[in-house]
Design a protein around this ligand. Structure first.
Ligand SMILES: Cc1cc2nc3c(=O)[nH]c(=O)nc-3n(C[C@H](O)[C@H](O)[C@H](O)COP(=O)(O)OP(=O)(O)OC[C@H]3O[C@@H](n4cnc5c(N)ncnc54)[C@H](O)[C@@H]3O)c2cc1C
Length: 397
């Protein structure tokens, strides 16, 4: 049976406009800034241009100023935005804001939506998602959560330490996951809290130096030290934080894949252009078999990654968690994108590792994706466990 993967004409048009906008407007800024937006001026400049081009905030509903794309629609548009490291920032679909908008739209109260989602969707503020903790706290295993929230009159008091909180520098608010029941190691008992940046109990400890630099607002260590928030700061229901995290994590894993797939395509385009022009050993680089193999393997990785993203997005659009498909797509994409950028760099030789083109920057940026949103090993472990559970079910155990 033939499978028609053609997106809706309005989505195809938006994807095409996004591609044009990224190539004409964003890539020159990216090259000027060496792939990293380091100031509010750059962010504001890019977002103003995206608004003018009619491609801003494609994921949020029309009520909050967006285009209301479903997951398959996002796959088409986000990949085009991801063609530049600064494309997602321009469209206001960069991590972690995009995932936070998705979750706020799904579970926030009307008051919380007006206070947090509306300015976030408009690009007036940024946000962060504070889950991971230094050892022995939450990381690959969220149940290890140690940050605690205790009831106080009229609200909650949060105490704990978080690290690797992307975008926290300059964010208007944080969504903080804290334990409201049970002990570290227990599967449930977490709650999400909306914490305003000016809360004196939420303190920046340090800006963590990392391999990657392009995610705006850096990766920050935060201390929650007697951080008191009112009852209205609870996002969703008390003790249901891990359940709500699934609302955010599945789609956010896929949107990360979409954006990085855009960078993989860009790397491949750079390598192909080089292979078509560079001459050595009496022929074009691209006419040498081993280079052709690298070009072909890149095409295979890109096509396979896109196929797996489409499958997982289709399942998410049907309303399911798509846990198995998301784990498969995330693991494959994170590794495939790395392979593609690495081969592209190899094809370009010393030029590839130089700062004259952006390939070495891309390589640094994609490497951590095999760790965040669940390390490859955690996903493989979950994939295998689901398969074995299914086996046990059919075997009647
Ligand atoms: C660039 C970057 C940005 C991030 N941004 C955020 C953010 O905004 N907010 C946030 O809350 N967190 C963020 N994180 C944290 C990220 O989610 C965690 O790094 C991730 O969940 C892994 O946790 P950990 O680093 O504590 O590694 P650990 O949990 O200590 O795991 C270490 C290693 O153990 C291995 N491993 C894990 N599970 C298994 C298994 N089942 N079987 C065998 N081996 C296994 C893997 O190789 C893994 O890399 C970010 C991380 C990075 C690198």
């Amino acid at each position: 049976m033939a499978v028609d993967l053609t997106p809706d004409p309005s989505v195809a048009q938006l994807a095409q406009r996004t591609a044009q906008f990224v190539r004409q407007v964003v890539v020159p800024v990216e090259e000027r800034e060496r792939g990293v937006a380091r100031s509010e001026e750059v962010r504001v400049e890019l977002q103003r241009a995206a608004r003018e081009a009619g491609v801003f905030a494609p994921h949020v509903s029309a009520e909050f100023g967006g285009h209301g794309l479903d997951m398959r629609g996002r796959a088409a548009v986000f990949e085009e935005a991801g063609y530049s490291l600064l494309g997602p920032l321009a469209l206001n679909i960069a991590a972690p804001d995009e995932g936070n908008m998705h979750m706020l739209e799904a579970i926030a109260t009307e008051e919380q939506k007006e206070r947090y989602l509306r300015p976030l969707a408009a690009g007036e503020v940024r946000s962060c998602f504070a889950m991971t903790e230094p050892a022995p706290g939450a990381g690959s295993d969220p149940a290890a959560l140690t940050t605690r929230a205790e009831r106080v009159p009229g609200g909650w008091r949060i105490d704990g330490r978080k690290w690797f909180i992307t975008g926290a520098e300059g964010a208007g608010f944080a969504i903080c996951m804290a334990r409201t029941a049970g002990e570290p190691g227990d599967a449930g008992g977490a709650t999400m809290f909306l914490v305003d940046a000016d809360n004196p109990g939420m303190k920046t400890v340090r800006h963590i130096e990392t391999l990657d630099e392009s995610l705006y607002g850096g990766h920050i260590e935060l201390l929650f030290d007697g951080c008191v928030v009112p009852d209205e700061a609870v996002l969703g229901e008390v003790d249901q934080g891990f359940r709500y995290a699934q609302v955010r994590l599945g789609p956010a894993r896929m949107t990360h894949c979409m954006r990085w797939l855009g960078i993989a395509r860009r790397a491949q385009d750079i390598a192909v252009a080089r292979a078509a022009e560079r001459r050595l050993f009496g022929s074009r680089l691209g006419d040498l078999g081993m280079v052709q193999q690298m070009i072909a393997d890149n095409e295979i990785d890109i096509a396979a990654a896109r196929g797996l993203i489409t499958q997982a997005c289709w399942e998410l659009d049907q309303g399911g968690h798509a846990s198995q498909s998301v784990s498969i797509a995330k693991t494959f994409c994170a590794e495939a994108v790395w392979r593609v950028v690495d081969r592209a760099l190899q094809i370009c030789g010393s030029l590839g590792v130089s700062g004259d083109i952006l390939l070495s920057r891309f390589l640094r940026e994609v490497r951590p994706f095999r760790i965040y949103d669940g390390p490859s090993e955690t996903h493989r472990w979950s994939i295998a466990r689901r398969v074995l559970r299914e086996h046990d079910k059919t075997a009647g155990r």
